[in-house]
Design a protein. Structure first.
Length: 344
């Protein structure tokens, strides 16, 4: 059973478009008898064939009156298209002969300015006017209790490492996990101070360790295959008894280093680390604390930038409660006060 979002021990970091207030825009509507709707729609199509900015709004709203009678409210056009008096004049000129119909006076109402991208946005605006909304389940992640427990376990392990880090070290740790089997692929810590190297962030070191792990795995396969080939040369019958596939079949072909993997990190990744995760094709990012130079929610939201060719989901504030004294004195979060900014 999926866990309700309100009970998640983290928050999804949404794009600006997914988290924004949809706002409102003013439009003209008029009420009409349902039998005459087609006539009015012909008028609208002739006057405003392209309803730019209103594509997410349905054209008609059904109204049930107290006496049981039904009327339809028809969306005419944005109020910015023309004045109310001019619109009334055009309607009156059209409303003659075969096109005659009874309608209510034109009135201005508010409808959503932007189309909803998720259910939260849809629920917040559906009372204004009927909206066209097709829910994309890929944008609505779900977690069951077992997955929540796995996420909690991985993050708690990194938090413990961070709290137990030695004085003078940056308490930043990262871990890459294969969510399909909950296997830890690699871990890394921030070694900039020890290595005197500005690029040795925890995430960068973790990605390097994923590469080393993958290299070792492939070399191990090569050695096994070489051994099989040697035995086959000595005893031709071995090949018929041993069904070991060739290297191309044995070693998984992965387009990018971290395809489908999750990464857990104690601190929000900086721009460099976020781009490294993007180029590695990470699947999801979970971080415990936001960073002053964080690029996955604080300063930027790189994971949702439309011009990039890969996007991943980000979840922040994992297991983070009210700011504790230990967190308030976290040396990592205090860096940069002397003007020398240090990234995550």
């Amino acid at each position: 059973m999926n866990v309700d979002k309100s009970l998640w021990p983290f928050q999804q970091v949404l794009s600006d478009e997914e988290s924004r207030d949809l706002g409102t825009q003013s439009v003209y509507i008029t009420d009409i008898d349902p039998k005459k709707t087609t006539i009015l729609l012909k008028f609208i199509q002739r006057q405003w064939p392209q309803q730019q900015g209103l594509e997410h709004c349905k054209r008609i709203r059904k109204n049930l009156l107290p006496e049981g009678r039904i009327t339809l409210s028809v969306l005419l056009c944005p109020t910015s298209a023309m004045g109310e008096e001019e619109l009334e004049r055009l309607l009156n000129e059209f409303n003659v002969g075969d096109n005659a119909f009874d309608r209510s006076p034109v009135q201005a109402i508010s409808v959503p300015l932007y189309a909803p991208l998720n259910r939260t946005q849809f629920e917040s605006c559906k009372h204004l006017w009927p909206i066209i909304y097709r829910e994309d389940t890929r944008l609505d992640p779900k977690f069951n209790e077992s997955q929540i427990n796995d996420i909690t376990t991985h993050m708690q392990a990194l938090i413990t490492k961070s709290q137990n880090s030695l004085s003078g070290e940056l308490p930043v740790f990262a871990r890459v996990v294969d969510p399909s089997n909950n296997r830890i692929i690699a871990e890394g810590s921030d070694t900039r101070a020890a290595d005197k190297h500005p690029l040795h962030h925890a995430v960068m070191n973790c990605i390097d360790n994923v590469a080393l792990s993958e290299r070792d795995r492939r070399q191990s396969h090569k050695r096994k295959l070489n051994q099989t080939d040697s035995l086959s040369e000595e005893d031709p019958d071995v090949s018929s008894r041993d069904s070991t596939p060739n290297l191309e079949e044995t070693v998984e072909k992965v387009a990018y280093l971290c395809t489908g993997f999750d990464i857990y990190t104690t601190h929000e990744p900086c721009t460099m680390c976020s781009m490294a995760l993007l180029h590695s094709r990470i699947g999801r990012v979970f971080y415990h604390k936001p960073s002053r130079t964080g690029a996955l929610g604080t300063v930027y939201k790189i994971h949702s930038h439309k011009s990039l060719n890969h996007h991943f989901k980000v979840f922040g504030d994992v297991l983070r409660r009210d700011l504790s004294q230990a967190e308030a004195t976290d040396p990592y979060l205090q860096l940069g006060n002397d003007g020398n900014e240090v990234d995550a």
